[in-house]
Design a protein around this ligand. Structure first.
Ligand SMILES: [Zn+2]
Length: 204
């Protein structure tokens, strides 16, 4: 289905904050930012997963559909998602991870996209090592456009995860699976963030 709104301003003219959508953010910003641009009822469980991944130490942002009708209308495609709060937060973000929902309700898998292919590969290897199924990104799910929200941090490249509905539901309901999924990704982010801050210090 093509998007109903082509940018945030257009959406804002027709949808009401607090009734149709809400924007939730972590208390503090951080150079690691986890984003659910299609959260709430738009792509179920992606808001939860983004918050769990950020935990207490990283920043998160969640744009959530909350109306009683068709929340698909609130889906602004990733390379057009231009809500101002997240764009500001992205100016300070070194590591950007966006969380999306793929609709397959039978098979538990994810696809990894975005321009940061080295971080994407690290995540793929780590997740596969922990028994998650990582599929080759299908066309349209690769997140390779420069304006894709995952690529708009200060490095110009980030990672997006497209998680099947079946796997999202499992992560939500099964604590063992949730722990394994969240911790695998968080430990990769931490390793990377440490390395990143060290190299910044070295330049001073
Ligand atoms: Zn999405």
């Amino acid at each position: 289905m093509p998007d109903f709104y082509s940018n945030f301003r257009e959406l804002q003219l027709h949808e009401r904050e607090g009734r149709d959508y809400q924007i939730k953010v972590s208390q503090k910003w951080h150079r690691v930012l986890v984003i659910a641009p299609h959260g709430g009822k738009i792509e179920y469980y992606t808001s939860h997963i983004a918050k769990w991944l950020a935990g207490e130490d990283f920043a998160w942002y969640s744009f959530e559909g909350i109306n009683d009708g068709d929340n698909r209308l609130l889906h602004i495609t990733s390379h057009k998602f231009d809500e101002p709060i997240v764009l500001r937060a992205l100016q300070e973000a070194q590591t950007v991870l966006t969380i999306h929902g793929q609709k397959n309700a039978l098979d538990e898998f994810l696809m990894i996209g975005g321009l940061d292919s080295s971080f994407g590969t690290e995540l793929r290897v780590a997740l596969q090592h922990c028994s998650f199924i990582v599929k080759e990104s299908e066309k349209g799910y690769r997140g390779e456009m420069a304006t894709n929200i995952c690529n708009r941090g200060c490095t110009g490249k980030g990672v997006q995860l497209e998680i099947s509905f079946a796997l999202r539901k499992k992560i939500f309901e099964d604590l063992e699976c949730r722990f394994r999924f969240i911790n695998t990704i968080r430990s990769r982010i931490k390793a990377r963030d440490q390395f990143g801050s060290t190299s910044i210090d070295n330049e001073n």
